[in-house]
Design a binder for this molecule. Structure first.
Ligand SMILES: Cc1cc2nc3c(=O)[nH]c(=O)nc-3n(C[C@H](O)[C@H](O)[C@H](O)COP(=O)(O)O)c2cc1C
Length: 159
């Protein structure tokens, strides 16, 4: 029998992650909140993320062949919630710029990478997007974290 999805969520939800907004320069631009990001390879420089096959932004990522991964700061919970809602995304009040591919980059974030899509791999009810990093920048700051279905902040360990 297939493993219980609720158990899978509970167990793997305890694997704490950062939170990103991944954008692409479709017309109009779109994106989604994602924590499935992995730095895959340094040579060549590859990253991956997985998109639910039901996501409205899925086709845009396939069509444009590029994406930008924006790593959110602890102050950007509102932006995470906005990009975690299905449907068109409002960029109008966001300070954005572009680099190599034209995918929107958030002016304020912990860091970003701009990527050209290399492959789309099957991943069950998700598609796995592998991209080559063509530009990126580190800004620094405190990350927004996601753990057990809730946002968290980094806290130093007590000595
Ligand atoms: C912290 C967090 C992480 C998420 N990670 C992913 C992810 O990696 N892949 C994914 O497809 N959806 C992920 N989601 C859900 C999408 O952001 C959500 O389904 C969104 O509505 C998709 O928008 P769209 O349907 O307009 O594409 C995540 C949501 C949250 C809050």
């Amino acid at each position: 029998m297939a493993f219980d999805p609720a158990e899978q969520r509970k167990i793997l939800g305890s694997y704490a992650t950062g939170v990103t907004v991944i954008t692409t320069n479709s017309e109009p631009p779109t994106g989604l909140t994602a924590n499935s990001v992995t730095s895959l390879s340094l040579d060549p420089p590859l990253v991956l993320f997985a998109v639910d096959k039901r996501a409205s932004s899925l086709q845009a990522f396939k069509d444009t062949g590029c994406f930008a991964i924006n790593i959110l700061t602890a102050e950007q919970q509102g932006i995470s919630n906005r990009f975690a809602s299905p449907g068109p995304k409002d960029f109008s009040d966001l300070d954005t710029k572009t680099a190599e591919t034209g995918a929107p980059i958030l002016g304020t974030c912990l860091g970003w990478v701009d990527c050209r899509l290399q492959y789309i791999l099957p991943g069950g009810d998700h598609d796995i997007f592998v991209g080559e990093i063509v530009a990126g920048e580190y800004h620094g700051g405190d990350p927004l974290l996601y753990f057990a279905g809730k946002y968290r902040e980094v806290a130093p360990l007590s000595e």
